[in-house]
Design a protein around this ligand. Structure first.
Ligand code: G
Ligand code: G
Ligand code: MN
Ligand code: NA
Length: 255
């Protein structure tokens, strides 16, 4: 309860900020964009991880203003870095909680922030977990179709860890599958994880969806995913999530 009150204050006083983790094209090793990740520097408790405060934000409804702030900030940065790079377009991925779909105005909020920031819609990717497809299905499907109509890209985060069936992939306008890092961890060895990661990459290919591998920490994992035909990757091997200034430099240097 105390954290909830503090989170409200943090949002008002600008104690939240974003870190950015690069997304790399596996074929060229070029940095093509970032995932924006919220950070909370608490004045007394220090850094509070999102795994702690995002669930509080979701339970209290604070995720709605917080999500708007994240989206606005991330879109601004994508515009700034794209302009400085002389035309290379930063792809910016933002996490959207299932709770944000409870609000009827989600699509208007996204459209408004794109207009206000000047970010072309095709440079924004919204990441959501399978829960968005599994709850309030008809209502969320309609919102996803309207988001698609704006021109934004839609990704399923932590793919393979949920309880949903594959049938929804046909029904929902999904562009990208993010392979959960639990499948990437033991890649390279002859484990079931290698078979599962490969299956997700092939599934993406056959459905015309891009695949992004999460949590790459070693060259062997990178090589295995490249071999499978996975297109994009993130992970500590390339970079941890970093503050905005450092991310801007990474993009400019990462061509
Ligand atoms: O940043 P970290 O790597 O610790 O992220 C932990 C979790 O918090 C991830 O599952 C991520 O999706 C989630 N998260 C981080 N930032 C945001 C955000 O802005 N919105 C939502 N909904 N989730 C976020
Ligand atoms: O659920 P989501 O994918 O949005 O969460 C991203 C989380 O994964 C962040 O907390 C980020 O810090 C973490 N992460 C990113 N790359 C790696 C990695 O290579 N190894 C590990 N262990 N965690 C990672
Ligand atoms: Mn994510
Ligand atoms: Na993930």
């Amino acid at each position: 309860l105390e954290l909830e009150a503090d989170l409200r204050v943090a949002l008002d006083r600008g104690q939240l900020h974003l870190h950015y983790q690069p997304t790399v094209d596996l074929a060229t090793s070029e940095v093509i964009g970032f995932e924006a990740l919220a950070r909370w520097q608490h004045p007394e408790r220090g850094m509070i991880p999102p795994a702690e405060f995002i669930p509080i934000a979701e339970a209290t409804g604070l995720i709605v203003p917080l999500g708007r702030w994240v989206l606005r900030e991330a879109c601004r940065k994508a515009v700034e870095w794209s302009a400085r790079s002389g035309g290379r377009k930063v792809k910016m991925a933002v996490n959207v909680s299932v709770r944000q779909f409870d609000r009827a105005d989600l699509v208007e909020v996204v459209a408004g922030i794109l207009a206000e920031s000047g970010l072309p819609a095709d440079q924004l990717c919204l990441e959501m977990t399978e829960s968005v497809l599994m709850t309030d299905t008809d209502d969320n499907l309609e919102q996803l179709l309207r988001l698609k109509a704006l021109g934004v890209t839609l990704a399923i985060d932590d793919f393979g860890t949920g309880y949903s069936s594959l049938a929804y992939l046909r029904r929902f306008p999904v562009d990208t599958l993010k392979i959960d890092r639990s499948f990437v961890e033991r890649l390279g060895a002859l484990t079931d994880d290698t078979a599962l990661a490969d299956t997700i990459v092939q599934l993406g290919k056959s459905l015309g969806m891009a695949t992004v591998a999460e949590g790459i920490e070693e060259f062997g994992q990178l090589a295995a995913l490249r071999e499978m035909g996975c297109q994009f990757a993130q992970g500590y091997y390339f970079s941890r999530p970093v503050p905005a200034d450092e991310a801007g430099r990474l993009f400019l240097d990462g061509a």
